[in-house]
Design a protein around this ligand. Structure first.
Ligand SMILES: *[C@@H]1O[C@H](CO)[C@@H](O)[C@H](O)[C@H]1NC(C)=O
Length: 234
């Protein structure tokens, strides 16, 4: 019995399905191993998608913010910042976005891709950067591996410590359609939740040294609760 109670946090930590609305993942150090696996609600191929998340990091080197692999395409959908550039990859094809200089603050990022036109949108803190076009007419397969904290160079692995994420990530949502700007606004204020990945009902698995911590958005002693997120990033 005692052993079971001792093991319970590990069992629950290994496979969780929970409301993370007041939580963050804290990635404490560069690692070639530590990562979070996110398990989507829907298992269908993707011709349209939107991903939104919040991040807080001191990194100026390149790192993976969101890595989705399929078999045969490790960069099926990747968001890869490097100082004040953000690179997106759709089915291995890179697009480069020049973004505003980094400030040390929580950042809300949304990215969309629509196969019909190939258009990629990158939004940071409610600002849409000049759109790019990639992989028109392509489809991302249904069998995906979605990872936070590492860039996948193989399906579910092939990590590089120099591309690992260090810092905090929260409010990860994903949709199998394109959100309108109004809907994105709803994401920032916490009303709109993902249908493909939903932070408020998250199926995830932590591998290695990553902590789940309370969400704290504090400036000048003033800490916003999840109900006042708009004031932080948006
Ligand atoms: C990571 O970067 C350090 C410093 O630049 C370098 O010495 C090391 O070889 C790199 N590691 C890998 C796995 O690329």
């Amino acid at each position: 019995m005692k052993l079971y109670i001792l093991l319970l946090p590990f069992i629950m930590g290994a496979l969780a399905y929970e409301d993370m609305s007041d939580k963050v993942f804290l990635f404490p150090a560069p690692s070639a191993m530590a990562h979070v696996i996110l398990k989507p609600e829907i298992k269908k191929s993707l011709q349209r998608l939107t991903i939104c998340l919040r991040s807080y990091t001191e990194l100026t080197r390149e790192y993976s913010l969101f890595s989705l692999a399929v078999s045969g395409a490790d960069n099926a959908f990747l968001i890869f910042p490097k100082s004040s550039n953000v690179y997106t990859y759709i089915l291995q094809e890179q697009s480069a976005f020049k973004t505003d200089p980094e400030t040390l603050a929580w950042k809300h990022t949304c990215a969309t891709w629509d196969s019909t036109t190939g258009v990629i949108q990158l939004w940071i803190n409610g600002k849409l950067y000049p759109r790019k076009v990639s992989k028109k007419g392509s489809t991302i397969g249904a069998e995906t591996s979605i990872v936070l904290g590492q860039d996948q160079d193989t399906f579910g692995g092939g990590f590089d410590i120099n591309q690992s994420f260090v810092g905090e990530i929260s409010d990860v949502h994903m949709w199998n359609y394109i959100l309108t700007p109004d809907e994105m606004k709803g994401v920032i204020s916490g009303h709109v939740k993902g249908n493909h990945i939903n932070w408020n009902s998250l199926n995830y698995e932590i591998k290695g040294n990553i902590l789940v911590q309370p969400k704290l958005y504090c400036k000048s002693w003033d800490c916003a609760s999840s109900k006042h997120k708009e004031s932080i990033a948006g």
